[in-house]
Design a protein around this ligand. Structure first.
Ligand SMILES: [Zn+2]
Length: 632
């Protein structure tokens, strides 16, 4: 606080303008939904209050109409039928939907401050030309009448999923597109990522009384509903019940409905409570044990990643795998205990990295999926320590596999526009974990832990981008990190440090290390014949600093990234050295491990020969000789 105050005095105006340079839009939805379970259609009324906090005057607005993606010939359908490795859940299924099976979202009327508006629908986007511009700071009200047919469940949402859940209602309502400092984000829906405006939802759903509804937010009328929300038996229930949900400080609203849901509440003293909705049976028997794992999960996450702020979290059987929403997740439920816990932990951790740190996922999918996987990997190691020695090992492996293929695309690729699902998935999930865990190699684990909490404290309820996260870690570490994100996010350049050459004489040993495409700090050990281990650390010059290293580690001079080689002179003669090992922290995605270690050869005439890395030849010939003799 003290520091902020002095800056304020010295640079009063610029500080104020800096702190005000971040803005975000605000949207409050009131919706009334009358649901017909016979034809799977509903009539909707939507009153949307929108506040333009941007410095810009808006002459048009856009809405997402996600359900229109589930029509033969839609962009999502064509994308799925033309991409080389389609999601098996989608495949060509959309192309085969009949008129009564497809998704349809029609806008019947739209008004701006009570005056009718012109609009047109292009697939999953509603384009609206405004009567009156929305000036900076203006509040406007949009009233919409819409009619929707719920598609057969294809991807994420829809009716009758493969486990027999009637309605998985995600991406189900006309949703205003986000407008931020980069402008509108009216991306046609092709099945990938989401981005929404912060605000609130007040949703009424009229539905057949035998259905149990699970949803984002808090049920306002449990005593009129029962269904596990209140311990009552309705006398002479009406044909339909009206469910009233409210959710504050969220950017989306999901719900699901099934007549066969069991609704159980797991009380968690330290909050939140867990609402479980599932069809009870042999295939879902492990749901009874889920609560205790979720209590441990949220305890760990609260301590390490920031405090979950909502009063409850719902785990809802539905959808087609696992998908995150504010205060809730839809997961398939027929699972082994570890699979059920694994998917629940992953989706719950999205509450932090999608629910609260709501980055534009299309541009920063790795800040959502990657950070979520990183957090859930750590929690799964806590829950099942016997299964994970290194919780991130699988992510490193997945990343290295694509990094050594011809298919990798940079992390900064727009999520919709990766050429393959493999490249998208590996970038956002695996490389997303690697980018975060590898930071611990650069700045140290303690700094990462502090950074993650500070990131949450400063950026929850906003839309952080990559630079916002980078700045937090820079501030916590005092290390400059531009280069790291520039290389690892914007390019597919890889890390490959190697022990290139060893030259010995009576006076000592000279080791030449070689750099790959991407600069990184390097740590290595020298193990002597007598068992002594010496640790060394070479910062890269781009860091303009170094991390806190273990006491007995020798910090060498910076490696200038323009130098392909770095020479180290040791006092020990080569005969005294047993082996040399690079990357002893382990948290570095060096794509070629074979050149990272050398065991010194016996009976070697160091006066005549030096040792030289021979991997390229090795690969061509398929022999295993890593290092070869070269005449001095
Ligand atoms: Zn995920």
């Amino acid at each position: 606080m003290k520091r902020c105050f002095s800056i304020l005095i010295c640079f009063g105006l610029s500080f104020v303008s800096y702190s005000q340079s971040y803005w975000q839009q605000e949207a409050h939805y009131q919706m009334d939904i009358d649901f017909n379970t016979k034809n799977h259609q509903f009539d909707g009324l939507q009153e949307l209050t929108f506040i333009n906090h941007s410095p810009d005057t808006l002459n048009k607005v856009f809405y997402h109409l996600y359900f229109n993606a589930f029509q033969p010939g839609s962009m999502m359908d064509v994308r799925s039928r033309t991409i080389v490795d389609p999601d098996r859940r989608v495949g060509d299924r959309i192309s085969k939907l009949s008129q009564s099976e497809m998704g349809i979202q029609q806008v019947l009327s739209l008004k701006q401050n009570k005056l009718e508006l012109d609009f047109n629908i292009e697939g999953t986007i509603l384009n609206v030309n405004l009567n009156e511009p929305i000036f900076p700071g203006d509040t406007v009200q949009f009233d919409m009448e819409f009619k929707t047919q719920v598609p057969l469940q294809i991807r994420r949402s829809g009716r009758m999923n493969k486990e027999g859940i009637d309605y998985s209602m995600s991406q189900w309502y006309p949703k205003l597109c986000e407008y931020d400092k980069d402008g509108w984000h009216a991306n046609p829906y092709v099945g990938r990522e989401f981005y929404g405006i912060w605000g609130s939802f007040d949703v009424r759903i009229h539905m057949d009384a035998n259905y149990t509804i699970a949803a984002t937010g808090i049920l306002q009328n449990p005593d009129e509903i029962g269904h596990g929300y209140a311990d009552i038996d309705l006398q002479n229930p009406p044909e339909k019940l009206t469910w009233k949900f409210k959710a504050e400080n969220v950017h989306d609203f999901v719900w699901a409905a099934d007549p066969d849901y069991t609704h159980e509440i797991v009380i968690n003293e330290n909050g939140p409570n867990f609402h479980l909705f599932y069809q009870k049976g042999e295939k879902t028997k492990h749901w009874e044990d889920l609560g205790e794992y979720m209590i441990k999960t949220f305890k760990y996450a609260d301590e390490h990643f920031g405090k979950y702020p909502y009063p409850h979290y719902s785990i809802i059987q539905g959808g087609d795998g696992g998908m995150e929403y504010p205060m809730a997740t839809l997961i398939t439920g027929h699972r082994s205990l570890k699979s059920l816990v694994g998917v629940s932990v992953h989706e719950a951790m999205h509450s932090w990295y999608q629910g609260l740190l709501a980055s534009n996922e299309a541009l920063f999918a790795w800040m959502d999926e990657g950070f979520t996987c990183y957090a859930s990997n750590r929690i799964e190691k806590e829950l099942f320590p016997e299964d994970f020695s290194d919780p991130h090992a699988g992510s490193f492996k997945g990343y290295k596999r694509i990094a050594t293929s011809d298919y990798e695309e940079p992390l900064c690729t727009h999520a919709d526009h990766f050429d393959t699902n493999w490249a998208y998935g590996t970038a956002s999930y695996s490389k997303g974990v690697v980018i975060l865990d590898q930071l611990s190699h650069i700045v140290g684990q303690k700094v990462i832990d502090k950074s993650l909490k500070r990131y949450f404290d400063e950026w929850a309820y906003k839309h952080p981008n990559a630079s916002d996260f980078k700045r937090i870690v820079e501030k916590e570490s005092g290390i400059e990190l531009d280069w790291y994100f520039e290389y690892f996010v914007n390019t597919t350049k890889t890390i490959d440090y190697s022990i290139y050459e060893i030259i010995g004489d009576e006076k000592g040993t000279q080791i030449l290390l070689k750099k790959g495409e991407m600069p990184m700090p390097v740590e290595f050990n020298i193990v002597l014949q007598n068992g002594t281990v010496s640790k060394y650390y070479i910062p890269t010059v781009l860091m303009r600093g170094e991390k806190e290293v273990e006491l007995n580690t020798k910090i060498l001079s910076d490696w200038a990234w323009t130098n392909p080689y770095y020479s180290i002179r040791l006092d020990q003669a080569p005969s005294e050295i047993k082996k040399i090992q690079l990357h002893t922290t382990g948290h570095i995605a060096d794509i070629e491990p074979l050149n990272d270690r050398v065991k010194m050869p016996d009976n070697w005439d160091w006066n005549k020969y030096k040792l030289r890395l021979n991997l390229l030849e090795k690969k061509k010939k398929g022999t295993i000789k890593k290092f070869v003799k070269i005449k001095k």
